[in-house]
Ligand binder design. Structure first.
Ligand SMILES: [Cu+2]
Length: 505
């Protein structure tokens, strides 16, 4: 029997003791020295990533470690959460002792079960909105709800912040502190990730079914490897980061938003839920995965260097309230995600300058050469024998735009202006900005990149008589509408892409 139960935050009262004590502990940790105390709030967040100004200056042990785009994504974040949970639990007891209160000794990190509510008509509150305790500027002074209202450490304002103040002003994306969903169901659901039965595939040429746990990167723990995100790491992981935006939208700052930890608890929950499905689903047993060492700190501030194997065994003292609810039973639309690779380019957008994605954007594609494959594809959508791959390259934004974008292939004119849906016949996949912003670091200056297999998509459109003759276009449409006051305001985010290509192998 597990010692600690991690519970569903979307099924709790606003100030359930779990959330009340979490808020108090966050406030306590925020008082600690960000540079000297490894149990402090900002020190803990900097273990995930540091802001650019501190990247090479005044660094501290254990900072800037989070691996994305590789098979250490899940085990590293599991260890990170587990030690953080111990620090919070200890902080709660400190506060309780000081104030002469009784606090739960078995406090465990709750999870944000965003895919709990089905798609379609939304209830007044949806699981895909931030839990109420994160949206309210104040909280009750005492755990029983009595006393004054005091500032709530779980709250970050949702505001448009000038780029130069990005790290100075805690914030989320505009409109994200409402009871509306931060992203629609298909972006929030792990359904497609749970279907994959391989943990990792070797990085390399495109493969038709990317893995659950991101790509095999050997011993390397890439901080942000654009080639390797598996299905789970993109959907829902990156989508939720995009959807909350502000600090959550950047690798460097995301762990400073208290919702980060509940988001990653939910991502961690999908892992045992996935293993339980069987049918070949298992963890890697490669030594390079099992013996990789990480650097974390315990509640006394002592540095520890557990391996993946040790993280998997020592972090066995908790269980999730449910491995069913919101873990992908309800179907979602799946994209045919690929790991990008070099291929033969058929058509591409004009590469002269970055293309603005300020709103829904139609991108015309032109012949990249005069090969017969290119001519045949442009003339009538002829599919080469080795299939077709659509790639969006150089995805970046000065600050997180507040939404992922959906990619549609050759939709009828004007489609890009309307509200696209992922079950649309022209839907191809997603563009995510998490890890792409200018304020980011660690050598991902090329921006993000995503590839999708569109072979079947083109064939289906042709069979249904929906493939329009003439110029081929791709539409990029925000998954959630960008609030007009933000789009028209002085601090509107500036998302751009370098290029869209359609290639064959
Ligand atoms: Cu994350």
């Amino acid at each position: 029997m597990a010692k600690y139960i991690r519970r569903d935050a979307t099924a709790m009262a606003t100030w359930d003791p779990v959330l009340y004590w979490y808020a108090r502990a966050v406030g306590e940790m925020q008082q600690r020295n960000p540079d000297e105390d490894p149990t402090g709030w900002v020190y803990q967040a900097r273990i995930h990533g540091v802001e650019k100004s501190r990247l090479t200056k005044d660094t501290r042990p254990g900072w800037n470690q989070c691996p994305h785009g590789g098979w250490f994504f899940l085990p590293w974040h599991r260890g990170y959460l587990w030690y953080f949970e111990k620090i919070v639990r200890a902080a709660i007891q400190q506060i309780a002792t000081r104030e002469g209160r009784i606090a739960p000794k078995d406090w465990a990190l709750p999870y944000w079960n965003y895919a709990r509510d089905p798609a379609g008509e939304l209830p007044a509150f949806t699981s895909r909105a931030l839990p109420a305790a994160f949206r309210e500027p104040t909280m009750p002074e005492h755990p029983d709800g009595s006393g004054q209202q005091v500032p709530n450490p779980l709250y970050l304002p949702d505001a448009a912040v000038p780029e130069k103040d990005f790290w100075k002003k805690p914030h989320r994306g505009v409109g994200k502190n409402s009871a509306a969903e931060v992203v629609p169901y298909d972006e929030a659901s792990p359904y497609c990730a749970m279907l994959r039965n391989l943990f990792s595939l070797p990085l390399g040429p495109p493969v038709p079914q990317p893995s659950f746990g991101s790509g095999n990167t050997g011993h390397d723990m890439p901080h942000y490897e654009k080639r390797g995100p598996g299905v789970l790491e993109l959907t829902p992981h990156g989508m939720i980061h995009d959807g909350v935006a502000g600090w959550m939208g950047e690798v460097a700052g995301s762990a400073r938003d208290p919702i980060f930890w509940l988001h990653h608890a939910n991502i961690d929950r999908f892992w045992p839920a996935w293993l339980r499905r069987g049918d070949g689903r298992k963890n890697p047993n490669d030594q390079s995965w099992l013996t990789r060492k990480y650097t974390f700190f315990d509640e006394a501030g002592t540095m520890l260097t557990p391996t993946t194997e040790e993280v998997l065994t020592s972090a066995g003292d908790y269980e999730y309230q449910s491995l069913d609810s919101g873990t992908g039973e309800q179907p979602a639309v799946c994209a045919r995600q690929l790991a990008p690779a070099e291929e033969r380019v058929l058509v591409m957008s004009n590469p002269g300058h970055p293309l603005s994605l300020a709103g829904p954007t139609e991108v015309p594609l032109e012949a990249a050469n005069d090969s017969s494959q290119t001519q045949d594809f442009l003339a009538g959508g002829a599919v080469p024998e080795n299939g077709l791959i659509l790639t969006v390259r150089g995805i970046r934004s000065n600050v997180p735009p507040g939404t992922p974008y959906r990619i549609y292939l050759n939709p009828p004119q004007g489609q890009g202006e309307g509200q696209g849906r992922p079950d649309d016949a022209y839907f191809v996949g997603w563009v995510s900005f998490f890890g792409s912003s200018e304020g980011e670091h660690h050598g991902n200056g090329d921006g993000n990149e995503f590839s999708y297999d569109i072979t079947e998509r083109v064939r289906q459109l042709q069979e249904q008589g929906m493939w329009a003759e003439g110029p081929v276009t791709v539409s990029l449409v925000p998954s959630t509408t960008i609030p007009s006051e933000l789009a028209a305001g002085p601090h509107a985010p500036q998302p751009t892409i370098d290029r869209v290509t359609i290639t064959t192998r």
